[in-house]
Design a protein around this ligand. Structure first.
Ligand SMILES: [Zn+2]
Length: 297
């Protein structure tokens, strides 16, 4: 099944507020949030957490897949509103959050969305001012949240260098950020190897070896059953096909990356209208993907 709406996914597992942005609540003995969307969603998440847990102060952890603005955005706000809430991320992510440039970039990318969604937060202080990571997640470690909710941390670099995925063997459920690409409105999967094509492929191969029944994708969709079981292989095939296409276009354009970016922008983004991402971040990411293939990273 392909789930396209926020709400309960299965007993104890919820997609909060807006399924286009990742924020997954697990009602374990120690309740935890996985990823934290974009700044403007803070009050909406808080309201959903209140509805589900009764008391927002029961939320103890936010686990973050990677240090992008649309995965970590509300974490500072939630920390301000929930004393005792702790944040966990990879070592690299924790270092990124310490860099003023990274915080500036998160603020700048969040601003467009904040402008468009002022009604959702009103006078609340939703700013991403800084984010201290309280716990470093190591590749392969198992985290026990109590009540049968344990998950494994899997390093999945390639989309970014700092990326990790979370796998719950009990539920066969996977939270993977963009490590497994993003399907568009026609369910064509767009690979997201911004940092390294080679790392992205080996990370995705690791994920494809898992036994999965639920995949909480970075944006727009949750997959269950047969749709989940077949997705990761399909995502790998899309990755190979996309890099082959970039190589072919580069050869046809005598290595001119800019013209390859323009050609793919037209074919995949402008002509189809199926990609839900805004054009500016799409272009930034597309240039990074062409670069990763061109430089064989
Ligand atoms: Zn990302």
């Amino acid at each position: 099944m392909i789930i396209e709406k926020a709400g309960r996914i299965t007993e104890g597992l919820h997609a909060l507020a807006d399924i286009d942005l990742p924020a997954w609540l697990v009602e374990a003995e120690t309740p935890a949030l996985f990823d934290a969307g974009i700044t403007f969603m803070g009050p909406s998440y808080l309201e959903d957490i209140r509805q589900i847990l009764g008391d927002v102060n029961r939320l103890r952890w936010v686990f973050i897949t990677h240090a992008h603005f649309d995965h970590s955005g509300t974490a500072p706000y939630l920390k301000r509103r929930i004393p005792g809430l702790k944040v966990a991320a990879s070592r690299l992510a924790s270092e990124i959050f310490k860099k003023p440039n990274a915080v500036n970039l998160i603020q700048s990318l969040s601003r467009d969305y904040e402008e468009q969604h002022k009604a959702l937060f009103g006078s609340e202080d939703i700013r991403f001012d800084s984010l201290e990571v309280d716990r470093i997640l190591e590749d392969g470690e198992t985290v026990d949240l109590g009540g049968g909710w344990t998950f494994r941390v899997i390093a999945t670099p390639g989309h970014t260098r700092d990326g990790v995925s979370f796998y719950f063997p009990g539920l066969k459920a996977l939270i993977c950020g963009e490590a497994a690409g993003v399907p568009d409105r026609n369910f064509r999967i767009h690979p997201e190897f911004l940092a390294s094509y080679r790392d992205y492929v080996s990370s995705l191969e690791k994920l494809a070896a898992l036994d999965v029944e639920i995949i909480m994708l970075s944006h727009h969709y949750v997959l269950t059953g047969a749709d989940a079981r077949s997705y990761l292989e399909k995502s790998l095939e899309s990755t190979f096909a996309f890099s082959d296409r970039i190589r072919r276009y580069l050869a046809e354009a005598d290595g001119n990356r800019e013209s390859v970016v323009k050609r793919i922008l037209k074919e995949d983004y402008q002509d189809t209208g199926a990609i839900q991402q805004a054009e500016r971040p799409y272009l930034i990411n597309l240039s990074a993907k062409v670069k990763a293939v061109a430089e064989n990273k």
